[in-house]
Every structure is written in C-alpha cells, then in structure tokens.
Design a protein around this ligand. Structure first.
Ligand SMILES: Cc1cc2nc3c(=O)[nH]c(=O)nc-3n(C[C@H](O)[C@H](O)[C@H](O)COP(=O)(O)OP(=O)(O)OC[C@H]3O[C@@H](n4cnc5c(N)ncnc54)[C@H](O)[C@@H]3O)c2cc1C
Length: 389
C-alpha cells in the first residue's frame, strides 16, 4: 500500500490547514462560549468547496477522491468539531445519499444547492424511541392520492433548525419492519414540519442540534429517495460515509491535542525546567502520537478502499471506532499535560474533550461498531438478540 499523498493531496491538505488556522480556529472559542451556529463561517466553508468535496463537478461538487476529502475533514476537525459536523452531515450523510440513491432529477435539484451552501440539509434517522435500533423507527408514511403524508418525530438531528431539506426515514408498513422503511426528501418549509433546538449539550456547542416534528406533512411521489423498502439501505450506506468523516475529524482532534501539548510542555516550567523534560510528560505525548498516527492510517485505508470502490464497511467501522475512542483519550491526556490550565478554555484542549465525547455515540456507538466488526469477522449477527443463532 502506498501511504504517500499525491502532490495534489498535499496541496489540498495545506490549503485546508491554512483555512482552518485563519478562519476556524480564530472563532472556535467564542462560538462555543456563545453557543453560536456560525452561518457566516459555514458560507466560507462552502466557498472553499468543502460542502460537496466528493460530489462530481457535474452536480456542483469538487469531484475529489475520499482520501482528499478525509484530509480536509481532518484539518477542519482540528479547528472545530462543530464546523466539521456541518461538513460531515452535509457531504457524507445528505449529499452522498442523494448521489447514490437519487434520480437524475433529484440530483440536479438538490446537489448544486447543497454543495454551494445555498441550502443546508439534515439527516433524520434517530427518534426518541429508536437510536441504535434504527429499524424500529416509528415515523409513519401513509399513501395519499398524490404521494405520501408523514407523521412522527426525530431526535438529535444535526442542523435540523437551519436545514432547508431533511432526509426523513419513515415506515410505510410496520409489518414489514426494516423492509418497509423508505427515505423522503422533505422541504423543511412544508406545512406541519417544525423544529426545536436542543439545549444543554456537553460539547459541539456551536453546532445546531434539533428535535423535529412532522404533523401531517404532505410530500409528492417524487420526494422518495430510492424505492419503498430501500430506506434502511439508504441509511446504512450514508452512515458508511458519515463514519469515515467522523473518523477523519477525530484524527484532527488527536493532532490538535499533540500540537497543543507539545507547545505547552515546552513553554511551561516546573522544578526549573520545561515540562517536556519530564519522562512522564513525554510518555503522555508519545501515547497521543501513537493514537493519532494509528487512527490516521486506518482512515487512509478506509478512504483508499472507498476510492477503489471496494467493500469497506468493516474497515470504516474499525477506523471510526479507533479514531473516536482515541480522540477522547488524547483529549483527556492533553488536559493532563496542561494541568489546571487545561481545564479552562484559554487552551483548546477542554473543548477537544467535550467535542470528542459525542463521536463515540453518534453515527453508531462504539458498541455498535464492535458488533459490525464482530459480524464481519464471524458471520454472526450479535446486534439483534432475536437473531442470535
Ligand atoms: C450531538 C448529537 C448529534 C446527532 N446528530 C444526529 C443526526 O444528525 N441524525 C440522526 O439521525 N441522529 C443523530 N444523532 C443521534 C445518534 O446517532 C444516536 O444518539 C446514536 O445512534 C445512539 O442512539 P441512542 O442515543 O438512542 O442510544 P441507545 O441506542 O439507546 O444506546 C444506549 C446504549 O446502549 C448501547 N446499545 C444499544 N444497542 C445495543 C446492542 N445491540 N448491543 C450492545 N449495546 C447496545 C449503546 O451502545 C449505548 O451505549 C445525534 C446525537 C447527538 C448526541
């Protein structure tokens, strides 16, 4: 396997690094303090072409490969996971689903607006009563003469208050269980569609998170993404891409922890010498570098497989599991290196810990990733107790 980046990929990384340092890092502390979803910054991210990096140019995207996309996400993730979440949701969950499952009409209608940032999109899978067990979702889609009427609620939906279009997963026939699920492209301005901001989050404080309510929302036939019964497959294929993006963002958190810790350990003196002189401090830095580098290699492997069009569900879950757990551990270590100073937001490390924490929960918890990996290794599904043989 060739681990060297091409000249173009190096340039993409350098550009994303510069953009992150100039635009994202600058605002991250104030935005987190103010719980501010920074729409001006989202416009700048869009102008860089980062909202549709993997979407072909014919649909308004940048037409980049997955490894390049991962490099961008890593850099933005180092700057601010709330901004990274916008890229991950818009590109990996919403655009990738439309790209894979949409008709030409749907692709031309939505992708250019999403790639340019004119519209934001959201991904409405989770509900108050269904999280890891996504197939048990209760939002109901019933046929009408002209299309469908949707009723239900969605929980924890990133960008749900700002999105112009929502991917809504709904059940068309409860008796068919996951084979009855369908996905709909729902304009959020539709009558009966409403959103409410979720307050009090541990991290991702400048990210928008919403509860959605659908009360007799009518959509036409053309709103369905894929066919009846494809909903579960649409969700799982989108999550394969989303997990890659979350993993890449977590490499960025690990990298930020290393940078901040090395800088601080060389500046801060105790017992008359810089902290970096102490072996136990160097051990913490070495542990962070180990986790960052291993996470990065796993992300590159998943990205390379995606670029080659090879199956990668297991490898993507390995990258997601390892990188997200590593981000939490690195952030915790980075606070330790900073001592008391790491406990306040003068340094980025306390935000790294608060922001990293959600990554082992969303887009499939760490337990769910282990079950995906275990299923791939054994051929036995241990996720659903009823199906254990
Ligand atoms: C900030 C934030 C943003 C989010 N954004 C979105 C979004 O944009 N769109 C969206 O659809 N969702 C989103 N989510 C929801 C997220 O994907 C879910 O929280 C996640 O899938 C877990 O579901 P749950 O919270 O219901 O936990 P549960 O499924 O109730 O899990 C609770 C615990 O039980 C464990 N568990 C569950 N089932 C099993 C099993 N079979 N075996 C072993 N352990 C198990 C879990 O690992 C976990 O530890 C977001 C969540 C947060 C917090």
């Amino acid at each position: 396997m060739d681990f060297d980046l091409t000249d173009e990929q190096e340039l993409i990384r350098a550009t994303a690094r510069e953009f992150t340092d100039k635009e994202v890092v600058e605002r991250s502390r104030e935005n987190a303090r103010n719980h501010h979803f920074d729409t001006d910054l989202v416009k700048k991210v869009a102008a860089q072409g980062y909202l549709g990096a993997i979407v072909p140019q014919q649909y308004g995207g940048a037409g980049l490969d997955y490894v390049s996309y991962g490099l961008i996400v890593e850099e933005i993730g180092r700057g601010d996971s709330s901004v990274r979440t916008v890229i991950s949701v818009q590109t990996s969950l919403v655009c990738s689903a439309i790209l894979k499952w949409g008709t030409e009409e749907q692709k031309h209608r939505y992708l250019p607006k999403l790639c340019s940032g004119e519209w934001l999109g959201c991904f409405g899978l989770t509900e108050p009563e269904s999280g890891s067990d996504a197939a048990s979702l209760r939002t109901r889609a019933k046929r009408t003469d002209s299309g469908w009427v949707l009723n239900g609620s969605k929980m924890w939906i990133s960008m749900g208050n700002h999105a112009k279009v929502a991917l809504i997963f709904a059940q068309t026939d409860p008796e068919k269980k996951h084979r009855g699920l369908a996905c709909f492209l729902v304009p959020t301005a539709s009558e009966g569609f409403s959103s409410q901001e979720i307050h009090g989050k541990l991290g991702l404080r400048s990210s928008d998170t919403a509860e959605l309510s659908l009360d007799e929302v009518e959509v036409g036939e053309e709103a369905m993404l894929g066919e009846i019964g494809d909903g579960f497959k649409v969700a799982m294929s989108a999550l394969d891409n989303g997990r890659y993006s979350v993993a890449a963002g977590c490499v960025g958190i690990c990298d930020g922890c290393v940078d901040a810790s090395v800088r601080y350990a060389k500046e801060r003196k105790q017992f008359g010498v810089p902290l970096a002189r102490f072996q136990l401090v160097q051990e913490m830095i070495a542990d962070m570098i180990l986790k960052r580098d291993a996470s990065r290699m796993l992300v590159y492997r998943a990205g390379a497989l995606k670029d080659e069009g090879k199956p990668n569900t297991m490898e993507t879950s390995v990258a997601k599991l390892y990188a997200t757990e590593s981000a939490v551990e690195c952030a915790n270590l980075a606070i330790q290196v900073h001592g008391g100073a790491g406990y306040v937001d003068d340094y980025p490390v306390e935000r790294y810990l608060r922001d990293a924490r959600v990554t082992t929960l969303y887009e499939g918890t760490s337990q769910i990733q282990k079950l995906i990996i275990g299923r791939a290794a054994t051929g036995i599904n241990a996720m659903t107790p009823m199906e254990v043989e």
